[in-house]
Ligand binder design. Structure first.
Ligand code: ADP
Ligand code: MG
Ligand code: MG
Length: 874
């Protein structure tokens, strides 16, 4: 079995595809070498060896030493130098590198191979005594610090002793003899630490190699893998790269630098980078000297510059992505030490992806994978100015419920928020939690902050729907509407104070932080998302209740409405009273009279939606929440409402009492409401169809889809469908017109999923309401689970918040069952998802895997969903 892969001189045993085995650095060094890019020769010890090292009691086996030493002989041949030979020494670097780049593992050791004799040889050979002794003392320091656990500070202390003896401050003021003294002091330090500085280069090599392997499981590295979900990726370990040293610090014809093939900030197709003349390795990043812009290298060294640019272009074409490279020039000779796919800003990611398609470098399939869905989101929401945020005073944190950044003055009541807004002020609404009555205030606010509730709480869902920045469940912030204060971390914020909330990060700051506006769906983002639509199998619709939201969503590329929650239409100033009159009606006649008032309003609502989404399907859900949500609960409001609907306070209180349920989420709502109050559903169906009829009469295309919520048993559905069809047929007959429509159901009760075959026989579509389905399947109240979900996730009971990422093994299995049963009995059935999961990339992937037709999400998530849908299909 092979554990060592050589590279150099236009050859390599490995290649760029072997990242799992050789690590990213090693695989790309091999690939560069194969492609004739000048890389200093070397070899890579595989990640598999790292695993063996840990499995076999942390010893380096003899057979590895033999194999590596053979590879080292090849490096000697290629370089014409010899490891440990003072007359012509080969020095190497020992570099770690896992399949995925991973800070937290061992640092690179440079100049390995130096000892008391070799340093003299190097000095003579390079005719630069200072350089040689500086390299030696640096190597001793790195080996001691990185591999042998001797603290960095202790080396610094010794170095400072020599400096103060000489009376200088700067390293550069030490000459070769001083540095030789430093080396002596370092040797003492090794002894003080109970170690001996290893003089034998071979021994040095194995100490360093072992340190790299050992660093794979140090605390920092383990933690990093956990945080980034890398612990479940089956990584074997880190590879070790041993590579001939080249020196950028041999005079002004030498240098070192880093460069990108495109501008990582803007994405502009231009070489971007920095370098230092007469410097080694990390001097560029270390910030001791200010590096020069790469463009000036042309003047400093035209030959190296031209070669650098050409090779970088070649590398980008080969790796088909923006490259981030390290280079060193030794006496005019250019070497590449690393290439990898470069990190970039969200803006750059989009531009580079689109440019590369237009340049014919990558296909659209590939381009859509080059941008993280979260990045798209970042580009569409206002964000805080980075510098200002660093200066801002931190207040507290909560769940990042709705992304963006908002700043405004603090208010604690929705009414006040509306007043302030009317005065032209920016406000942030602080509530312990929000309820449907708060809608107006939420709409008026720039941002919303609540102290309770989870990612699917009312505040979160509504805020996302509005594209409003929101933080929910900020438990550490005590919000008191009574005292009109919010307290956290020893700070008290009062009504009228400025507050800034970052809904992307979930962080709150005291004061006014400057925001930067999004660029919107323009230019490159638009193009990228058009590619996404071509690549994706899933369609993307929007959850929208108003024509305004529908318009916004259409601008973001939504193709239809997947969920219109009609209850939101009843909260408006003028509606709520009519709705309440309907609710408090004692007779069917009274109720019908009230509904008759509501009908034209509903019809206009629907017409508006149809117009905004002309040509696309519009799914309208019949009234879903229990009626108690529409009646007042506060004393003062009861008085007012009783008066305005014309009954006594007593009567109203009785009605409220009557509507009270101990478990409203599983209460008298959805289809159950439609069954007991047929008039409500009939009015809504009528309004939908009247609006549709108007559309057809105006020569417009309309595709209404009537959705019945909360069905658990087929009989519920068939009864409702029969009633709806009667209403529809009467209307169509009356208007002598034909309108195509669909009647389907929301699948959100577990029973419905397992009897989906029966329901599908009668339904034109299913829309999975995964919020309720999750709530009912897990038995987690979506408004209260915030109290324990943190610990559940911490203890690994659930991998993540199941309301955020669909619980594939539980809820997902039910969805899959319903898909299979549903398609089995009705192959033409249309399937979608309209829960909050419809906007979550991870859940969208699941929707793709089970073969849904579309996902539906809030307007501002549409772009993210389009990209995620495409990525699932690649
Ligand atoms: P990191 O992953 O931290 O970048 P590297 O292994 O890439 O670690 O190396 C750190 C620095 O040392 C880089 O600037 C790199 O170019 C330089 N370096 C590594 N190996 C050599 C070598 N053989 N010759 C010259 N410089 C080297
Ligand atoms: Mg590097
Ligand atoms: Mg529901």
């Amino acid at each position: 079995k092979k554990y060592v892969y050589s590279f150099g001189n236009g050859k390599a045993e490995g290649n760029g595809k072997l990242k799992d085995l050789l690590g990213g650095k090693g695989a790309n060094l091999a690939e560069m070498s194969l492609r004739g890019v000048p890389v200093p020769p070397g070899f890579t010890i595989t990640t598999e060896m790292c695993r063996l090292y840990w499995e076999n009691g942390q010893v380096i086996p003899e057979y590895l030493k033999e194999e590596a030493e053979a590879a080292l002989r090849r490096v000697e041949e290629l370089s014409g130098k010899k490891f440990g030979d003072p007359s012509n020494p080969l020095l190497v670097s020992v570099r770690s590198g896992a399949a995925i780049s991973m800070p937290g593992m061992m640092d690179t050791i440079l100049n390995l191979g130096l000892n008391d004799e070799v340093v003299e040889g190097l000095a003579k050979l390079t005719n630069n005594k200072r350089f040689a002794w500086d390299a030696y003392r640096r190597f001793m320091q790195m080996l001691g610090d990185v591999a042998l656990g001797i603290e960095h500070e202790k080396f610094e202390k010794k170095l400072n002793e020599v400096k103060s003896e000489k009376g200088v401050k700067n390293d550069l003021d030490l000459d070769a003899d001083d540095l030789a003294k430093v080396v002596e002091k370092y040797k003492e330090l090794y002894k003080e630490e109970g170690k001996e500085f290893p003089q034998k280069p071979e021994e040095q090599l194995w100490i360093a190699t072992e340190a790299v392997f050992a660093s794979w499981n140090n605390k920092r590295a383990i933690k990093y893998r956990q945080i980034n979900g890398m612990d479940k990726m089956g990584l074997l370990g880190t590879a070790v790269n041993v590579q001939m040293m080249v020196f950028g610090n041999m005079g002004d014809d030498s240098g070192t630098g880093v460069a990108f093939t495109r501008n990582p900030n803007t994405g502009e197709n231009e070489i971007y980078g920095e370098y230092l003349l007469n410097a080694q390795g990390e001097d560029v990043v270390a910030g001791i000297r200010t590096p020069k812009d790469i463009s000036t290298l042309e003047k400093d060294n035209k030959k190296a510059y031209d070669k650098l640019i050409n090779t970088m272009r070649k590398l980008e074409a080969a790796f088909k992505d923006m490259q981030d490279i390290e280079f060193t020039i030794e006496k005019g000779e250019l070497y590449f030490l690393q290439t990898r796919n470069g990190k970039r800003t969200a803006t750059a990611a989009v531009k580079i992806a689109v440019d590369m398609v237009e340049e014919g470098l990558v296909s659209k399939d590939i381009a859509v994978t080059r941008v993280k869905p979260a990045d798209i989101e970042k580009l569409l929401h206002p964000a805080f100015d980075k510098e200002e945020v660093e200066k801002a005073k931190y207040f507290g944190k909560g769940l990042p419920a709705s992304p963006g950044a908002a700043t405004g003055i603090v208010t604690f009541t929705p009414e006040h928020a509306e007043e302030l807004k009317a005065e032209g002020k920016q406000v942030i609404l602080l509530r312990p939690e929000t309820s449907p009555e708060d809608i107006g205030g939420m709409d008026a606010a720039e941002g919303i902050l609540t102290s309770t509730g989870g990612m699917t709480s009312h505040a979160a869902v509504v805020a996302r729907g509005m594209g409003k920045t929101a933080i929910v469940g900020a438990e550490e912030i005590v919000i008191s509407p009574k005292e009109k204060t919010a307290k956290a971390n020893g700070i008290t914020v009062k009504e009228g104070d400025w507050l800034s909330i970052d809904g992307t990060e979930g962080k709150v700051y005291v004061g006014k932080v400057k925001t930067i506006k999004p660029t919107g769906l323009e230019g490159d983002i638009r193009k990228l998302l058009d590619y996404a639509d071509e690549v994706a199998d899933l369609g993307v619709r929007v959850n929208a209740d108003t024509p305004k939201d529908a318009e916004i969503a259409k601008g973001f590329g939504a193709k239809g409405i997947g969920l219109c929650r009609t209850e939101h239409m009843f909260f408006g100033e003028e509606r709520i009273n009519k709705m309440r009159r309907m609710i408090v009606s004692k007779t069917k006649e009274q109720r019908e009279a009230a509904l008759k008032d509501l009908l034209p309003m509903q019809k206009d609502d629907f017409k508006g939606l149809f117009e905004a989404m002309e040509g696309y399907a519009v799914t309208i859900r019949l009234l879903d929440p229990p009626l108690h949500e529409f009646v007042p609960h506060e004393e003062s409001a009861i008085k007012e409402v009783a008066k305005s609907v014309g009954i006594t306070e007593e009567e109203l209180r009785d009605i409220i009492e009557d509507l009270h349920e101990s478990n409203p989420m599983m209460g008298h709502r959805g289809v159950r409401l439609a069954i007991t109050y047929p008039e409500i559903a009939e009015m809504q169906v009528k309004a939908i169809m009247l609006a549709a009829i108007e559309m057809v009469k105006e020569g417009k295309t309309v595709k209404p889809e009537i959705m019945i919520p909360l069905v658990g048993k087929v009989n519920e559905f068939t009864l409702l469908k029969e009633r709806a069809e009667k209403v529809i047929n009467d209307l169509l007959l009356e208007h002598q017109i034909d309108v195509e429509y669909k009647i389907g159901t929301m699948i959100e009760i577990p029973r419905a999923t397992v009897t989906a075959d029966e329901i599908a026989e009668h339904a034109d579509f299913f829309s999975f309401g995964t919020n309720d389905l999750t709530q009912m399947t897990l038995g987690f109240s979506r408004d209260d689970y915030g109290k324990f979900i943190g610990e559940y996730v911490e203890n690994g009971i659930y991998e993540s918040d199941p309301f955020q990422h669909i619980d594939r093994n539980g809820v997902g299995k039910l969805v899959k069952t319903a898909v299979d049963l549903g398609r089995g009995s009705n192959p033409r059935i249309k399937l979608g998802v309209c829960g909050e999961h419809g906007g979550d990339p991870e859940s969208i992937e699941f929707c793709h895997l089970v073969g849904l037709d579309y996902v539906s999400c809030s307007p501002y998530r549409v772009p993210v969903a389009r990209l995620a849908a495409a990525q699932s299909a690649v």
